[in-house]
Design a protein around this ligand. Structure first.
Ligand SMILES: Cc1ncc(COP(=O)(O)O)c(C=O)c1O
Length: 367
């Protein structure tokens, strides 16, 4: 019996190999490799899928976050409020843009930012709040939007883990001033390399983003906007994403099933799935199947002995990252810090077989 992998990208590629090969072949023969017809079609199709007026393809999800923050008006020295339990991506983007990250704690039940956790961290220097739909579960964006509106700050969604999630007020990517997506291969909608996008309902912001992703040009060879760079989604990745996008809803449904099975086995005891209660909700797309356990090292070892691969998302909170040493010493985030010692990620991807899910469930029962 082999191991149950945390993820296996090869299976997803194999399942669609003829369509992917044909799409790649079309790009090879088209003579367009960057910002061509595949890219334009993907931007239109993804904007429609997300229910946003505009989609701007960029090079990766971290650039998408950085450009979204600059696009909504953040300037060097401004503060951005974000969570510290989401893998350092928003913080990396903020630091790159010369912004100051301010960390809010997360809700103990969902490990997501809420209006109640963000509000105490806002200051007169706050220019934006960035909310991550962690592990593929939509945050409660409505109250955050209200809070940001009354404070006069922008709201940015990090949808890297939540492509296809739909809440009561709309899909991930349509809920804030701007939203960042990653198409890194492990994402629910993944490319075969790096890729990303920003979605927004604001046509002026979309135009600024198109300029920022290409040297700050207002016209070819005329750099007008500050903070421009080169960050574009190439034709090959756009073509791959166009093949995959129609499958996203089905894959997300399977991911929900997997998380629901684990949640059923663990229940609500000392070990439980972080988003178990919402596992079947359309607002959850099971990007990562994360449990919490007071005995992580022992549980990881027992699962490894049973041939189950696991990982930790994420072991080091942003405010404890070495790169921020000396700047965040006084920051205390009790929920975030406790969770960093207890989260454990189980195998979850659309092509995981029933037999593999059964094996994980059997091993969970023995913990
Ligand atoms: C929540 C989150 N935000 C942002 C990113 C950054 O995306 P990328 O790796 O494409 O830069 C990732 C994934 O890597 C992510 O999981």
């Amino acid at each position: 019996m082999g191991e149950v992998p945390l993820n296996d990208l090869g299976r997803g590629v194999a399942a669609l190999a003829p369509a992917l090969r044909s799409a790649i072949d079309d790009v090879l023969t088209s003579g367009w490799y960057v910002l061509g017809p595949q890219h334009d079609a993907f931007e239109r199709e993804f904007a429609a899928a997300v229910g946003a007026g505009h989609c701007v393809g960029v090079g990766n999800g971290t650039d998408a976050l950085e450009l979204a923050l600059i696009g909504v008006g953040c300037r060097p020295g401004d503060e951005v409020v974000t969570a510290a339990n989401a893998g350092m991506y928003t913080t990396t983007a903020a630091l790159k843009a010369g912004l100051v990250p301010r960390f809010a704690d997360v809700d103990p039940a969902t490990l997501l930012l809420t209006a109640a956790t963000v509000e105490p961290v806002l200051t007169p220097s706050t220019r934006a709040v960035a909310v991550t739909h962690l592990y593929g579960r939509l945050a409660d964006v409505g109250p955050l939007r209200e809070l940001c509106r009354s404070a006069g700050v922008a709201l940015v969604e990090d949808c890297a883990q939540a492509a296809g999630a739909v809440g009561t007020d709309g899909p991930a990517g349509s809920l804030a001033d701007a939203a960042a997506f990653s198409f890194f291969p492990t994402k629910n909608l993944g490319a075969l390399g790096d890729g990303g996008a920003v979605t927004t309902g604001d046509a002026d912001l979309a135009a600024r983003l198109r300029s920022l992703r290409q040297y700050g040009w207002s016209a070819k060879y005329t750099a007008t906007l500050p903070h421009g760079r080169n960050s574009r989604l190439d034709e090959l990745q756009a073509a791959v994403l166009r093949v995959r996008l129609p499958h996203l809803a089905g894959w997300n449904a399977r991911r929900r099933e997997v998380v629901a099975r684990y949640a059923e086995v663990l229940g609500e005891g000392p070990r439980r799935m972080v988003h178990g209660r919402d596992a079947a909700s359309p607002a959850h797309v099971g990007h990562l199947a994360v449990m919490t356990t007071p005995h992580r090292d022992a549980d990881r070892a027992a699962l490894a002995a049973a041939g189950i691969r696991t990982d930790v998302h994420y072991p080091v909170p942003d405010h404890r990252q070495p790169v921020l040493a000396g700047t965040t010493g006084g920051v205390s985030l009790p929920v975030t810090e406790r969770a960093a010692g207890q989260v454990l990620t189980l195998p979850c991807f659309a092509e995981l077989t029933d037999a593999e899910v059964d094996r994980v469930c059997d091993a969970l029962r023995l913990l």
